[in-house]
Design a protein around this ligand. Structure first.
Ligand SMILES: *[C@@H]1O[C@H](CO)[C@@H](O)[C@H](O)[C@H]1NC(C)=O
Ligand SMILES: *[C@@H]1O[C@H](CO)[C@@H](O)[C@H](O)[C@H]1NC(C)=O
Ligand SMILES: *[C@@H]1O[C@H](CO)[C@@H](O)[C@H](O)[C@H]1NC(C)=O
Length: 483
């Protein structure tokens, strides 16, 4: 069992990049196409858009396509990612920041989201006017509600790119149904356990598991999010980062709703260079945390990462740190800005670091579990690595994703439920839970592992030749070639 993850992973990278850069298989003349992409200016969204560009550009030679991709970001994002690795045919173009960045990201979420919907359109259009070569297609984050009209006005097709689960798309898209059925607004403590089953494609879900915007007292963000949906039917494509087999009913229901192609393209795995990844069992050049992992027994380490921006309260962090220590379980914790604070309390069984290459860690054979905040990206990586998960969702789509893991896929446990609930989870409870979760002999765990492997298989198949995501990517590239 121990080496399964590593072996499988190696096979998998080989299937993703069989000969990604091989000579084109057809003999038709080469077509050049100019794609303008515009992400929502937030970390997860910018990364997801860049991942899409990497996939498109890696696969384009097989379609006899020469892609030129213009990646439109705000100035502050150019500063942040301008020097990162990107495919040769992606070039950056900037528009002004929508708001001063600090204010935007932390202090005034509502103001920031609002500004992305009202302040980006005009500079984006000016930019389109300035571009040298004609634009064949625009790929825009679904949250940029103005993008579809811009494309329609100019006769440029628009692919709307949704970076959360498809079910979350549907739970917003069908907001009116929830209202009509008298389930909005609702009081979490009174009605959170009530279940609804009328959102097309979503079998049954507790109100508490709907995206957290549904229950926030301040409804302004929800209303901004809802600005996005009336226009979606006027796009030409809808792209998902999910995998068809993970949410087939939801995606099929949406296919009936929209009369244009809907392509699920997940998992959007990193642009791994096969040479670089094949050696990550250990080498002297590997970062210390990978070397440390390699010195631990198989499946023994719990990898903990609770997200980047939406942090857990500091009292709760202390309990988590105490609980991990008390459990006696080996752990690798990415604690970001809290690293220094927790490092001194950490014994020889644990390691606390500010950052890591998460997918490599998750795929390492010493790692046997993932404690996650259920960000979509992290969850997809956890699935890809075949890991069972402990879930501690904080907000947005994370509540819904935790429900998938715990209730639908049965590949994880909800920390709040298992550790006694309440506002503050206590270290003794956390310690017990972590110990139970990482007990390789326990019956519960042995039932969970095969299901986690099944999900992993779904991922592998989706991106392999003939798989759903691979075929969708090919179809989309053919569409691009046809515009
Ligand atoms: C990238 O652009 C250059 C110059 O336009 C072109 O020669 C090359 O074929 C392109 N590569 C891909 C992968 O599209
Ligand atoms: C986008 O959302 C904003 C609100 O943030 C609204 O004022 C604007 O009309 C919307 N644009 C479109 C094209 O729907
Ligand atoms: C998660 O995000 C990282 C950083 O952008 C990216 O490299 C990786 O491909 C993403 N993983 C998935 C499964 O989307």
């Amino acid at each position: 069992m121990s080496s399964v993850a590593v072996v499988a992973t190696t096979i998998c990278f080989a299937t993703i990049f069989p000969r990604a850069f091989m000579a084109s298989k057809r003999t038709e003349p080469i077509t050049s196409r100019h794609v303008v992409v515009v992400p929502y200016p937030g970390r997860g969204h910018v990364n997801a858009m860049m991942n899409l560009c990497k996939m498109l550009s890696a696969a384009s030679p097989n379609h006899n396509l020469k892609l030129l991709i213009t990646f439109v970001i705000t100035e502050e994002w150019l500063e942040l990612i301008g020097s990162e690795e990107k495919p040769p045919n992606v070039s950056f173009a900037t528009i002004p920041n929508v708001l001063p960045s600090e204010l935007g990201r932390v202090a005034d979420k509502v103001g920031f989201v609002g500004a992305t919907q009202t302040k980006m359109e005009e500079p984006f259009e000016k930019l389109l006017d300035r571009l040298q070569s004609p634009v064949h297609i625009i790929v825009a984050d679904t949250f940029l509600n103005w993008s579809i009209e811009v494309g329609n006005r100019r006769n440029i097709p628009v692919a709307s790119y949704w970076t959360m689960p498809s079910s979350v798309f549907s739970s917003f898209y069908y907001f009116d149904l929830v209202v009509q059925n008298g389930h909005f607004p609702f009081e979490l403590s009174e009605r959170g356990e009530e279940r609804i089953d009328y959102i097309p494609g979503i079998s049954s879900i507790r109100l508490a598991d709907l995206p957290s915007l549904y229950r926030e007292k301040d409804q302004r963000l929800l209303h901004l999010a809802l600005q996005v949906f009336p226009n979606v039917s006027k796009a030409q494509y809808l792209l998902f980062t999910s995998i068809f087999e993970l949410e087939p009913q939801v995606i099929n229901a949406l296919k009936q709703e929209f009369l244009y192609p809907i392509y699920s393209l997940g998992p959007m795995v990193p642009y791994f260079n096969p040479e670089k990844t094949s050696r990550y069992t250990t080498s002297q050049n590997d970062p210390q945390y990978l070397q440390w992992l390699s010195s631990q027994p198989p499946n023994s380490v719990l990898y903990v990462s609770l997200g980047s921006f939406l942090t857990v309260s500091s009292a709760q962090m202390d309990e988590i740190a105490g609980g991990l220590e008390e459990s006696g379980v080996r752990y690798l914790w990415v604690a970001r800005e809290d690293t220094a604070r927790f490092k001194e309390k950490c014994n020889s069984r644990g390691m606390i670091i500010p950052w890591c290459e998460q997918l490599k860690v998750l795929c390492h054979s010493s790692v046997g579990g993932f404690w996650t905040h259920c960000g979509w990206n992290s969850t997809m990586e956890g699935i890809f690595a075949g890991q069972p998960m402990l879930t501690l969702p904080i907000q947005m789509d994370q509540t819904t994703i935790s429900k998938f893991i715990v209730e639908d896929w049965k590949t994880g446990w909800d920390v709040k439920t298992e550790a006694g609930g309440g506002d503050l989870l206590r270290r003794e409870e956390i310690a017990k839970l972590v110990k139970r979760f990482m007990d390789l002999e326990s019956k519960e765990r042995r039932e969970m592992i095969p299901r986690a492997r099944e999900l992993q298989e779904i991922c592998y198949r989706a991106i392999a030749e003939g798989g759903s995501s691979k075929m969708n990517l090919d179809a989309f590239l053919d569409n691009i070639a046809g515009h």
